[in-house]
Design a binder for this molecule. Structure first.
Ligand code: NAD
Length: 301
């Protein structure tokens, strides 16, 4: 356990990533320019650990710093979890490239931006890779480890080993495409879900009912490729001949989504999005999700 971890950004994902390593005994240093974010970090991690019924962390295992160079001094691995803006991430990586040692891995937690674009301005981008964690990082096992165009294989291999050591399920993404693997799959489903509503096939609640009460139940134990093999590729081909030409092929966001955003219907935070939400329903959904994830993860221990 020689690695020293630094995390850039003490928000939702940065706090969770710091927690995963600290809970396994790794010293972690976190940088965030916002004093409130730095001050909130220990309480945030403590609340997550209580939720998991896990022991509190030893004091000082997670430290915060008010400058980036102070946070990454001596680090062997840096996880960047700052806001999803290309120019901001490029400037953070430019600073990281000079503030870290030559063998320190620099990993971005971007949701959908190709790592190659984040690393573009750097003369030497061999140690820049992607690590796409899922929320909440301390419950969802998957981390997509992304090799960018100039990433050195050695750094990808080191990251795969490190993530496995802290109990995550790392997978290799061989080509640095926007959205990597998980978000491409997820948003292909969301595109069709929104098209069904916009085209009047069913209402928003029905889309959620269909998924939660049918193939959603299977997805945690049967991936789509396993499923195709299970039903048979001959049947899959017959189905695809009929259905694929009918699926949404919109090349941008659905106009219904744009219209809802224009109307200020942003989802839970405004009391309504595609569906209407009372504060009680919002709390109920959040609690239900956490309970489900905890049970699902416990089941795989
Ligand atoms: N929220 C998710 O479900 C999720 C999942 C996977 C990946 N991501 C990605 O992770 C990254 C962080 O997302 P989040 O949800 O934690 O956001 P967040 O808003 O909760 O946290 C971002 C933090 O970055 C800080 N910050 C702002 N400017 C900074 C700078 N120059 N240097 C360092 N920190 C800075 C902010 O003060 C804030 O505390 C984004 O790229 C996001 O797309 C998010």
């Amino acid at each position: 356990m020689d690695d020293r971890i630094a995390v850039i950004g003490a928000g939702l994902m940065g706090a969770g990533i710091a927690q995963v390593f600290a809970a396994r005994g790794y010293p972690v240093t976190v940088f965030d320019p916002l004093e409130e974010a730095r001050a909130a970090l220990p309480g945030r991690i403590a609340a997550n650990l209580r939720l998991l019924s896990a022991p509190a962390l030893p004091e000082d295992l997670v430290r915060t710093e008010a400058t980036l160079p102070a946070a990454v001094a001596g680090a062997t691995v840096v996880f960047e979890a700052a806001p999803e803006k290309l120019a901001l991430k490029q400037s953070i990586f430019a600073e990281l490239a000079t503030a870290t040692g030559p063998d320190c891995i620099l990993a971005s937690n971007t949701s959908v931006i190709p790592i190659t674009r984040i690393a573009e301005p750097l003369p030497d981008a061999g140690r820049v890779i992607g690590t796409h964690w899922w929320n909440p990082p301390f419950l969802v096992p998957l981390v997509e480890v992304v090799a960018a165009e100039r990433s050195g294989q050695h750094y990808v291999d080191r990251m795969m080993e490190l993530l496995a050591r802290v109990g995550k399920k790392p997978v290799r993404v061989r080509r640095d495409v926007p959205g990597f693997v998980g978000n491409r799959l997820q948003h292909a489903l969301w595109r069709e879900a929104q098209a069904l509503i916009a085209d009047g096939v069913c209402d928003a609640e029905t889309v959620d009912d269909v998924v939660k009460n049918s193939f959603g139940l299977r997805l945690a134990v049967l991936g789509p490729i396993e499923n195709a093999d299970l039903v048979g590729l001959d049947l899959t081909l017959d189905i695809h001949r009929t259905i694929i030409p009918e699926l949404s092929s919109l090349s941008g966001p659905n106009p219904l989504l744009e219209q809802l955003v224009d109307q200020g219907r942003l989802g839970f935070k405004t009391g309504g999005g595609f569906r209407d939400w009372t504060p009680e329903q919002v709390s109920e959904v959040r609690e239900r999700l956490l309970r489900h994830l905890q049970q699902a993860v416990r089941g795989t221990d």
